[in-house]
Write a new protein. Structure first.
Length: 134
């Protein structure tokens, strides 16, 4: 296996049962995002080809939940940082943010209703900025 970089427990498949999602740095190769059922049977896995920063699972309770990854590109001559939304089962990238200023800080991604409208907004910090996404 390797080192565990992050972990979350949510219903990422939308079937009413919680799954365990783990980010693993194997001894060789890229970071793996592995989804297990509650009995620890592997359901899916995909590789993150860029430098993994942090992982968060969308907190919605009525639908399938996607994995949000902060990614730091490896190309130092043209480095960029962005958030990337992935389907937990297929690993397919669903959407990607524009480039961000600074590296996303560990444990800084969160969903909070900052304007009391009943909808949670994505809020996170980088080494150089604070972001609020409606």
């Amino acid at each position: 296996f390797g080192d565990i970089l992050g972990m979350g427990v949510r219903d990422v498949t939308g079937d009413g049962q919680k799954e365990i999602v783990v980010a693993i740095m194997p001894n060789i190769g890229d970071v793996l995002i592995v989804t297990y059922d509650i009995s620890l049977i592997e359901m899916s896995r995909f590789e993150v080809a860029e430098d993994y920063g942090t992982m968060f699972i969308e907190p919605f309770s009525t639908a399938k939940q996607n994995i949000i990854l902060s990614i730091n590109t490896r190309d130092r001559s043209n480095s960029s940082v962005y958030l990337s939304w992935h389907d937990a089962m297929s690993g397919a990238e669903i959407s990607r943010s524009p480039d961000l200023v600074g590296r996303v800080q560990n444990n800084s991604l969160n969903f909070v209703d900052v304007d009391s409208d009943g909808d949670n907004e994505l809020i996170f910090g980088t080494s150089k900025a604070m972001y609020l996404v409606h």
